[in-house]
Structures are given as structure tokens and as C-alpha cells.
Write a protein that binds this ligand. Structure first.
Ligand code: AMP
Length: 418
């Protein structure tokens, strides 16, 4: 039989790795609690139109990376390629804005994009992120950024850079778009085909280019700050002042426009020197027009999304053991089997993580297994122990051994230091 493998760009999270994911998820949940963000979970698939309208038809995600299909009922559906549009949809659908002037939400979820797979870039990957609805003021921008930085430092990520920009109000964006077009017109023939296509439809996306000679051309181009309105300037300066007050360092990145169409004013990205070409760990920004675009009442919003595979890559393989077992029962002989299972069940019911052998191996092999599992104590039961109503409890770190009555074993194990 031919063997059926995972689809390119997807990966299994194996038992040896899952504890790292769990640890990351636990930290995320703790920090979210601390900052007052509540979890929201949305379906794996949504109407294609939600993403087309929410993210923008001209973006890479919508134009070429979505997993979309028409179902048997003729509906156009898509596996979610990002979470902001679904969270905004849910926010509107359940009138969360009507119930509270401020809604601070977070998610941990799997996403799907048909990108070219490489290290740190997959077709199914995971993000956690937040979306804060209701405030247009710089305080929330600063809180969102502070949360991201606190979370990353809490999980031990180093070599981080926070890049900060404001892409301004819609009016500023319009002016900046024209300024970029005017600047690039004399260079049009030198641009790549992708950039030429973007020139008309969405010239700001040209700033995302990775092509060296285009980056060089753009070096002399206009900065978005030249097109900021007075309000944009005030907002940005206040965000900076609040970050300064919190002791959070940042770099100005006046070319950081980010790929999605819906951003307004504050945009930011966090990169890590621990990563290679795909060095962005987290990206976010303000999207004051998005709730309205998706059919809700005008509501300001700001959020970020962080890639979990990249965070784990940046953290590197640490040696921490995934074992939670505390006790291994070594049983010898057919007669002891029911006692071994009864004892294991009793211990487990009393919150002791317990393992025993199901391969009917020799005592030596079982002891080897107990050591491999990293347990602190082994309980040894053979025919002799069974007859005397006692078992040997062995401390595997010291080698000390003690005879304990079978009916006192659970209480004894529970009294031991782990
Ligand atoms: P975005 O939603 O594109 O703003 O991406 C936010 C974060 O998600 C990035 O900074 C990456 O850490 C991560 N990310 C984006 N695309 C991928 C991908 N294809 N594979 C793995 N991580 C990704």
C-alpha cells in the first residue's frame, strides 16, 4: 500500500513537541488574563466574501493564498487565512459593542494560507492575537504593544525589535499613495512586474518589496510622515510618549505599511534576531474603518497577530522534559497484574501521575523504562510481595528502598516529596 503523507506546508505536532506548545499557550492565557483580554473562538471556515471585503481583494492573501471552494449548496467558503475579519464579524453579529463600550478579545488558532512553504512559513500555521474594540485613543495602542512585548519577554524571547509607524488616516493614505506614485513614475521601467501591477491598484504595497534595487530606489522616496494630518501626528506622538513612559523601546519604521488594506494610523511589527529570512514574529495595527466596512457601526479597533511556529523556532529546542509521570509500577508475574492495575487506578484517582508496563517485559526492562520516563519512584511488586501484602517503594534518585503495606501505598506515595 502506498503511504499517505501530510500535505506540503502542514506539520504534525508530535508528543515530544506538544509540551512546548502547551507551555506557550499557558503563558499566553496567563498574560491575557493579566491585561484583561477574554478569549473568542470562531469557526474554521467562513464565507469567502468576508475575507475579500475585510482584508482587501488586492492583497496577496485574498488574491492568491486562500483555500476556497464552493460547497454542495453553491456557497463560496474559505478556510480562515487570518483572524481579524472573523473576530470583527463575530463582534458585529453578537452586538458586543452594544453590550460594552470596550471589548478586549484574544484568540489562539490555526490558519491556512497557500504560501510557498519554507522554514518559518507554512500552509497551516498558528497564531495568537488580540483585537481591542471601542477606543480611538493612543492609550489602547500603547497597551496592545505593551502586552505583546510583555508576553514575548515572559516566554524568554530575546533579540526583539519593535518597529513602529503610523500609516495615518484615510486622507493621509490617499495623499501618501499619490506621493509614492509621483515619486515612482520616473522609475516605472525599472520596477518588477509585481510592483508595476501594484502601482495602479495599491502603490503602498510596493513598499513591501524584498527586491534590493527597488528598496534602493525607495530609499529616496517620500515618508508617510510627510503626509500625516495634524491629528495623525498628535496620535503618533502620544503613542510614542506612552511607550516611553512604560520603558518600551521602539524603532521608527516610516516605511512599514504592512500587507493588509485595513490598517489606519498605528502599525507595528516585532522581529527577532533568532530567526532567518522570515524574521517577523508579530504584526499589528489600528483598523478604525474595518468594523464599518464589514457592516457594523463605526467602531475603532486595534490588534496584533503573532506566529506561534516562529516563536517556538526563535526560542530554540530547550531540554526541559515533557514527562509528568511521578511513579512507575514494576510488576513481575501473571498473578500481580490485577493488583498493578488496581494500584495504578487508585494512584491516578488520587492525582498521582502513574505509569505501568503493558508489554509484559522483564523486571530489568521495566526498571529501564522507569528511569527513561524520569519518574522519581518505582513501586516493585512480585509474587513474594503480593503474598506478604507489601510492595517495595524505590527512590530512583537515591536508590533507597522501603517496604510498604499495599493498602497504605496510596497514602504513602502522596506523603512523599516529588
Ligand atoms: P500576518 O497575519 O501576515 O500579519 O502575520 C502575523 C504573524 O504570523 C507573522 O509575523 C508571522 O509570525 C506569522 N505568519 C504569517 N504567515 C505565516 C506562515 N505562512 N507560516 C508561519 N507563520 C506565519
Amino acid at each position: 500500500m502506498t503511504f499517505i503523507r501530510t500535505i506540503k506546508g502542514t506539520q504534525d505536532i508530535l508528543p515530544g513537541q506538544s509540551h512546548r506548545w502547551q507551555a506557550l499557550e499557558t503563558t499566553i492565557r496567563n498574560i491575557m488574563d493579566r491585561y484583561g483580554y477574554k478569549e473568542i473562538r470562531t469557526p474554521v471556515f467562513e464565507r469567502t466574501e468576508l475575507f475579500a471585503r475585510g482584508i482587501g481583494e488586492e492583497t496577496d492573501i485574498v488574491s492568491k493564498e486562500m483555500y476556497s471552494w464552493t460547497d454542495q449548496g453553491g456557497e463560496n467558503l474559505t478556510l480562515k487565512p487570518e483572524l481579524t475579519a472573523p473576530v470583527v464579524r463575530s463582534f458585529i453579529q453578537h452586538n458586543l459593542g452594544g453590550q460594552s463600550p470596550i471589548n478586549k478579545l484574544y484568540y489562539i488558532d490555526a490558519l491556512f494560507r497557500r504560501e510557498r512553504p519554507q522554514k518559518g512559513r507554512y500552509r497551516q500555521f498558528h497564531q495568537f492575537g488580540i483585537e481591542a474594540f471601542g477606543s480611538e485613543h493612543p492609550e489602547i495602542d500603547a497597551e496592545v504593544i505593551a502586552l505583546a512585548m510583555a508576553l514575548f519577554s515572559n516566554i524568554g524571547l530575546t533579540g526583539l525589535t519593535l518597529k513602529l509607524n503610523s500609516i495615518g488616516s484615510p486622507e493621509c493614505r490617499r495623499n501618501y499613495r499619490n506621493a509614492i506614485r509621483d515619486f515612482l513614475t520616473p522609475h516605472f521601467d525599472e520596477l518588477s512586474e509585481t510592483s508595476r501591477n501594484r502601482f495602479e491598484k495599491n502603490p503602498l504595497r510596493i513598499l513591501d518589496t524584498k527586491i534590493p534595487h527597488e528598496i534602493e530606489i525607495l530609499n529616496d522616496g517620500p515618508n508617510v510622515s510627510d503626509s500625516w494630518t495634524e491629528e495623525d501626528k498628535t496620535h503618533f506622538n502620544e503613542v510614542c510618549a506612552l511607550l516611553d513612559a512604560m520603558g518600551i523601546q521602539y524603532e521608527l519604521a516610516l516605511r512599514l505599511v504592512r500587507g493588509l488594506d485595513y490598517y489606519t494610523r498605528t502599525t507595528f511589527e516585532i522581529t527577532s534576531t533568532a530567526l532567518g529570512a522570515q524574521d517577523a514574529i508579530c504584526g499589528g495595527g489600528r483598523y478604525d474603518g474595518l468594523v464599518e466596512t464589514l457592516g457594523g457601526k463605526p467602531t475603532p479597533g486595534i490588534g496584533f497577530a503573532a506566529g506561534m511556529e516562529r516563536i517556538l523556532l526563535a526560542l530554540g529546542e530547550e531540554s526541559s522534559s515533557s514527562s509528568t509521570n511521578q511513579v512507575y509500577i514494576v510488576g513481575l508475574g501473571d498473578a500481580v497484574r490485577p493488583t498493578v492495575l488496581e494500584l495504578a487506578e487508585n494512584l491516578r484517582r488520587n492525582n498521582v501521575a502513574t505509569e505501568f508496563d503493558t508489554l509484559r517485559r522483564s523486571m530489568k526492562a521495566q526498571m529501564r523504562e522507569a528511569n527513561k520516563a524520569g519518574v522519581k519512584y518505582a513501586i516493585l511488586i512480585g509474587d513474594q510481595e503480593l503474598a506478604s501484602g507489601q510492595a517495595e517503594v524505590k527512590d530512583l534518585s537515591t536508590g533507597d528502598q522501603q517496604k510498604i503495606a499495599l493498602d497504605a501505598l496510596v497514602a504513602h506515595i502522596n506523603s512523599l516529596p516529588f
